[in-house]
Every structure is written in C-alpha cells, then in structure tokens.
Design a protein around this ligand. Structure first.
Ligand SMILES: Cc1ncc(COP(=O)(O)O)c(C=O)c1O
Length: 330
C-alpha cells in the first residue's frame, strides 16, 4: 500500500496548485477575512477546517447576481445576510459598509462582468468544539464564480415538479439562510431520481411552502397571483421584487389581485400557472406537478411576462444596480 505522505509547507502549496480541478476555472476571485484580502488563484481559495462553518454549519450566506458589470440588488441581499447572521447569533466581523465594500472589491478583482457573488458570515475558526466561545472571531468569505445557467428548456418547455418526501425545515430554520442545506440538496436529488426537475416542500398542514432554493407562486383561474406567507419559508429577494412587478400587472388589468396567504395543495393543483422564483432560476414556469398538468401544460403568459420584467429590471433598474468599481484598485 502506498505510504501516506506528510508534506512540508512548500510541498503542500505545490500540491494545492497541482490538484486544482478543471472546474476551478469558473472561480474568479475569493476574499477571506482569515487572509485579510483577495486571491484570484483557485488553489488558494481554501477555508480553515476549524472554521465552525465547516464542521458545525454555524454560518449564513447569501448570493447576488453580477450582471453587465453591476451587482443587482446587492443591498437587499446584504440586509438579508445580516438578518440571517442575527438569527444564527453570529456577530458581524465588520460594519455593514465594510462588508459591502469587500463584496464590491472582490467582484472588481474578478474582472468579470457577469457571474454570481456569494458571501458567508461564519462563527469563525478556533477549534472543533460546538459552542462558538472558542472561535477567534467571526469570519467573512466572498467568492465570485461563473453562474450555472439552467437549461433553456426550463423556460421554453417548462419544469416538472414533484411533492418532496423530505421533511420541511421548521420555520425558524427556513427563515435563516444558513449553510445547513441538506434538506434542499435532498429535494433536488429526490426529484431527479423520480424523473422530475425539482421538488416542492409541503408543510405538516398540507400547505405549499417552497422549492429547493426557490420560492413558488401560482396564478389562479380567476387571475389572482398567489404566494404563501413568508413566516415559514425563506423571504426571497426575487419574489419580493416580482410581487412589485405583479402589482403593475394588476394595474394594467392582466392580473386581478395579489394574495399572500396559505395555499393548500389541492388549490395549488387547480392553478392555471405555477412558477419557481429565485436569484438563480429568475422566473420559470412549472408545467407539471406530480405528473399532473398545470393549466394547459404549457408555460403561461403571466410567468413569461414576469420573467421579461425581471430581465428588464436586472438590465436597467438604476435603483437596483450598483456599479462594480473595476478601476478603483482593490
Ligand atoms: C430555500 C430558499 N427559498 C427561496 C430562495 C429564493 O430567494 P432569492 O430570491 O433571494 O434567491 C432561496 C434562494 O436563496 C432559497 O435558498
């Protein structure tokens, strides 16, 4: 049996370089508060194992979209990160302003104009115990990476959904965007096993909750846009914005009203449109749920319109876009 090597510092750094996998070409820049700066070599985009984010899941995160050299909705995403940190009892290592500057500086160092920017606040490194008292201080990490695009068929033909058997997170945990995404991962795997694209969590009362990393909305036969209350699901930044667009559609007469209230599964199944909404998927039509057609089984006009409005917003809504300071130096 081959001997397990014990490396010198130089050998270990050389190994870090040699063992970078091909997909790391999609990782453009990383900030680490442990390093106190930004690296652009994927070999160095590493975390200390003693960070409580790694071995206890005591961390929260959020993601903003980098589009045409601008960060879309960075402020609501940062506000949610700070709220999640409060829920997880993680003290902020820096002021909100400094966190924002670090995110923008990392985006600038990536030299990319499009991608995803994800950032984590963690209880930090310090040991392998449970309680964070041993931690040297909270840590903050930012990564800029290539956004994984969903297949075009999701938008053209629509998505097939199943009701997941994975237990839903209790409301306290569903509202905090923590790094404990095991249920969310399992729902996607379960859906693929069952020949579907994604799954939907249903709560103990039989009410529709949310999907893997997306919110779920419906258009009823009498043209009411419906979404569950936000008490037991993640308060999606995208759905909040989409509700503003939907309000415009109410004014234009395309929708009759918006209704934020519990949605029993049976009522959801009678909808003429169902959609998934989130920063990664944007707005995408669901055409089948547990093998039953939604409406006529084709992407519906309200979903399409809301996607168009989202695209337009991400391109040109000045109050939602923050320019990345590429030329300021970092
Ligand atoms: C569980 C969950 N629900 C909903 C969403 C949608 O939120 P957003 O629109 O802010 O991406 C996400 C993604 O962040 C999520 O992880």
């Amino acid at each position: 049996m081959a001997k397990i090597p014990v490396f010198t510092v130089e050998q270990a750094i050389a190994r870090l370089r040699q063992t970078v996998h091909g997909k790391a070409a999609n990782f453009y820049a990383m900030y680490s508060s442990v390093l106190g700066g930004i690296v652009t070599d994927p070999a160095l985009m590493v975390l200390p194992l003693d960070d409580h984010m790694v071995h206890r899941g005591h961390a929260v995160f959020d993601t903003a979209t980098l589009t045409q050299g601008m960060l879309y909705q960075i402020d609501p995403h940062l506000d949610r990160l700070i709220k999640s940190a409060g829920g997880a009892r993680i003290p902020l290592p820096f002021s909100r302003e400094r966190l924002r500057r670090i995110i923008l500086a990392t985006a600038a160092a990536s030299r990319q104009r499009d991608g995803s920017v994800r950032y984590w606040l963690s209880a930090g490194p310090g040991g392998y115990g449970l309680g964070p008292a041993e931690c040297a201080g909270s840590s903050f990490y930012v990564i800029v990476f290539k956004q994984e695009a969903y297949p075009e068929s999701y938008y053209q033909q629509g998505i097939k959904l199943i009701t997941s058997q994975v237990p839903i997170k209790p409301p306290l945990f569903a509202r905090i965007k923590s790094t404990n995404y095991l249920p969310n991962v399992l729902v996607v795997l379960e859906a693929k096993d069952r020949g579907a694209d994604n799954g939907v969590f249903i709560d103990q009362r039989g009410m529709v909750a949310e999907s893997s990393n997306m919110n779920v909305a419906f258009v009823t036969q009498d043209r009411v846009l419906r979404h569950p209350p936000f008490e037991a699901v993640l308060s999606g930044i995208t759905i909040k914005r989409v509700l503003d667009f939907a309000q415009r559609l109410v004014q234009q007469g395309a929708l009759k009203a918006l209704r934020i209230a519990d949605i029993p599964v049976e009522e959801g199944r009678e909808a003429i449109e169902m959609m998934l909404i989130g920063s990664s998927i944007k707005v995408a039509p669901v055409i089948e749920w547990d093998g039953q057609k939604i409406g006529d089984g084709k992407p519906g006009p309200i979903t399409k319109k809301l996607l168009e409005m989202w695209n337009e917003d991400a391109r040109s809504a000045k109050d939602q876009l923050v320019a990345v300071p590429y030329d300021e130096g970092v």
